[in-house]
Design a protein around this ligand. Structure first.
Ligand SMILES: [Zn+2]
Length: 108
């Protein structure tokens, strides 16, 4: 007499942000500056436990509409959202002075 145990296995994809210090990129679908570089890893899963990594790739992922695109050298990448200049840490910085490089380029 054999006891049949249903085997639960399959694949799952886990996505992790690629680092923390990233400029915000603009999503081409929802136009929110919520696209970040992420690492997508597909695992072979057995009883919901990830056992074997099958493949990993870098992708762009929008945190709002879940838009995703492959990320790679030479690939198209979403434009970086314009950000206000970060606080300058060096002493003697005159807060009223706006350096020219802080202006957005080519305002039309
Ligand atoms: Zn989006």
């Amino acid at each position: 007499m054999f006891l049949f145990i249903p085997l639960l296995f399959g694949c799952s994809t886990k996505v992790k942000p690629d680092g923390t210090e990233q400029p915000a990129h603009v999503c081409p679908r929802c136009n929110n500056a919520s696209v970040f570089a992420a690492k997508s890893k597909t695992w072979f899963e057995f009883f919901f436990v990830p056992l074997v990594p099958l493949s990993s790739k870098h992708i762009w992922l929008c945190g709002i509409c879940q838009w995703a695109s492959p990320l790679g050298v030479g690939q198209w990448e979403p434009p970086i959202a314009y950000q206000t200049p970060q606080h300058h840490s060096f002493s003697g910085y005159n807060a009223g002075y706006q350096p020219s490089y802080a202006q957005p380029p080519n305002q039309k």
